[in-house]
Design a protein around this ligand. Structure first.
Ligand SMILES: *Cc1c(COP(=O)(O)O)cnc(C)c1O
Length: 409
C-alpha cells in the first residue's frame, strides 16, 4: 500500500524554531526534521533523504516500519488496544511464552520503557535478597559499573558516574556500589553478604560501545554464582540482534539470572520493555507489589510477539554478523585517516574521531549534510548502529561518505 505523503505546513527551519519556546531543552538534536521513513531511510520535511545509521539507538533494529511489524500493529489496533492488568488480555500469554523461549529464561515481567525495566529489576533483586538470600531489611546492595547507562530515573541516576546526568538531581537513592567496568577483581572486592545483584551492560553503549575483554562476562557469571548474588544483564541496547546474536551475553555462552530488554522490543512502534528472569527470581513478586498501567498491553504484546517472531528466524542476527564484517573492514581502512580507533561488534560501532579533525558533533553535522545520520557521544566518539536490514551497498555508501567527510574536514 502506498500513501500520498502528508505535507508539512512549515519548513524544517520554522519547525526547529517553533520548538525552542515550548519544548524542554533536555536534548540537542541534529538540525534535521524527519517527516517520513521506510527501512534504513528517512526523509525530511523538504523531501531530502538520509540513511539512518543510528536507528533510534537500536529501537529500530528492524528498520523503519517493517511490514510484518506494521501489519501486526494494524491488526491489533482493529481488535483491542488496552485493558490494564486488572483483566487478562488474549495477547499476553503468547508474548511471554515466546520471549521466554527466545531468551532461554522462564518468566517475563512486561513494562514499557527501558528505565522501567531497570527499576523493576532492582526492586526484584532487593526483594529476592530479603526473601530468599536473607539479607537484613533495607541493607541490600547492588553493584554496578562506572560509565554505565541504565536510564534517567532518580534511582538510576543515583548510580551514574556521568556528572551531567546527576548534578542537580539529588538526594540520591542509597544501596549502590560502583566499580570499574571490565575489572573482575574490583567486582569481587565489592561483593559481600549484602549484595543482591551485579547489574551491568554486556557492552556499554552510551559509553561509546565499550566491549569488555573476552572472559569478563563469564567471570561475572561465575563470581555471582559463587558468591550467591544475581547477575542482571542490561541488554536494552545490546540485545535483540544488534551484535550478531539474540543477546550479547551469548558471545560468551552466558545465561544471566535476569535480562533486561527494551528499545527494539517495541519494533520502533510502541515502547515495550521487559524483565526476563529465572522463575526462582521473578516469582518473589506477589499481587500488588509492583505494576504498570500500560505494561503488557495488547498492542505492545502483539508488536512484541511479532518482534520475537522475526528474531526466531535467526535472519537478523545473521545479517548483523555478516554486515558487521563490512562495517569493521570499512572502519579499519579509516584508521589513521581521521579515525583514531574503533570498537565494533555486529552492526554496532563506536568510532573515535581524531580530535584535530573535529568533534563528534561537527562530524555528525557534516555527515548529515551529506545524507548520513549518526550521533556523537562523549566528545570525539560517534556511534554507528544502522538498522539490521541495511544492505552491504548502503553500508558502503555510509562508509564512503564518512571517508570523504574526514578527508575534507
Ligand atoms: C536506552 C537504555 C536504557 C533506558 O531506556 P529508555 O527506554 O530510554 O528508558 C537503559 N539501559 C540501556 C543499556 C539503554 O541503552
Amino acid at each position: 500500500m502506498t500513501v500520498a505523503p502528508s505535507r508539512s505546513l512549515r519548513s524544517s527551519a520554522e519547525l526547529i524554531r517553533a520548538e525552542e519556546p515550548v519544548l524542554a531543552h533536555n536534548y540537542h538534536p541534529l538540525p534535521v526534521v524527519v517527516a517520513r521513513a521506510e527501512g534504513a531511510w528517512v526523509e525530511d520535511v523538504e523531501g531530502r533523504r538520509y540513511l539512518d545509521m543510528l536507528a533510534g539507538y537500536s529501537a529500530l533494529n528492524f528498520g523503519h516500519r517493517h511490514p510484518a511489524l506494521i501489519e501486526a500493529a494494524h491488526r491489533q489496533l482493529d481488535q483491542l488496544t488496552l485493558t490494564s492488568r486488572a483483566f487478562h488480555n488474549d495477547r499476553l500469554a503468547g508474548f511471554a511464552e515466546s520471549l521466554a523461549r527466545l531468551t532461554g529464561l522462564d518468566m517475563v515481567l512486561p513494562m514499557n520503557t527501558g528505565a522501567e525495566a531497570v527499576e523493576s529489576a532492582i526492586k526484584v533483586a532487593r526483594k529476592w535478597a530479603y526473601d530468599v538470600k536473607g539479607v537484613p531489611a533495607d541493607r541490600a546492595t547492588v553493584v554496578v559499573a562506572a560509565d554505565n547507562f541504565h536510564g534517567r530515573t532518580t534511582t538510576i541516576v543515583s548510580f551514574s558516574t556521568d556528572e551531567s546526568a546527576r548534578a542537580g538531581f539529588g538526594p540520591f537513592t542509597p544501596g549502590f556500589r560502583v566499580v570499574p567496568y571490565n575489572d573482575l577483581a574490583a567486582l569481587e572486592a565489592a561483593i559481600d553478604e549484602t549484595t543482591a545483584a551485579v547489574l551491568i551492560e554486556p557492552i556499554q553503549g552510551e559509553a561509546g560501545v565499550v566491549i569488555p575483554d573476552d572472559g569478563y562476562l563469564r567471570g561475572v557469571r561465575e563470581l555471582t554464582r559463587r558468591t550467591g548474588c544475581l547477575f542482571i544483564a542490561d541488554e536494552i541496547q545490546s540485545g535483540l540482534g544488534r551484535t550478531g546474536r539474540t543477546l550479547a551475553v551469548e558471545h560468551e555462552g552466558v545465561v544471566p539470572d535476569m535480562v533486561l530488554l527494551g528499545k527494539a522490543l517495541g519494533g520502533g512502534i510502541v515502547p515495550v520493555s521487559a524483565v526476563v528472569a529465572r522463575r526462582e527470581v521473578l516469582q518473589v513478586l506477589r499481587p500488588g507489589e509492583h505494576g504498570s498501567t500500560f505494561g503488557g498491553n495488547p498492542l505492545a504484546a502483539a508488536v512484541g510477539s511479532a518482534v520475537v517472531e522475526l528474531l526466531e528466524t535467526g535472519e537478523f542476527q545473521r545479517r548483523a554478523e555478516e554486515a558487521g564484517v563490512v562495517l569493521r573492514d570499512g572502519l579499519a581502512a579509516l584508521v589513521g585517516k581521521g579515525v583514531q580507533g574503533f570498537r565494533a561488534r555486529g552492526l554496532w560501532a563506536g568510532v573515535d574521531i581524531d580530535p584535530a579533525i573535529g568533534t563528534g558533533r561537527e562530524i555528525s553535522e557534516s555527515l548529515m549534510r551529506e545524507g548520513i545520520l549518526v550521533k556523537d557521544t562523549h566528545g570525539s566518539t560517534i556511534r554507528l548502529a544502522p538498522p539490521l536490514t541495511i544492505t552491504n551497498e548502503e553500508l558502503r555508501t555510509a562508509l564512503g561518505t564518512l571517508e570523504t567527510v574526514l578527508r575534507t574536514a
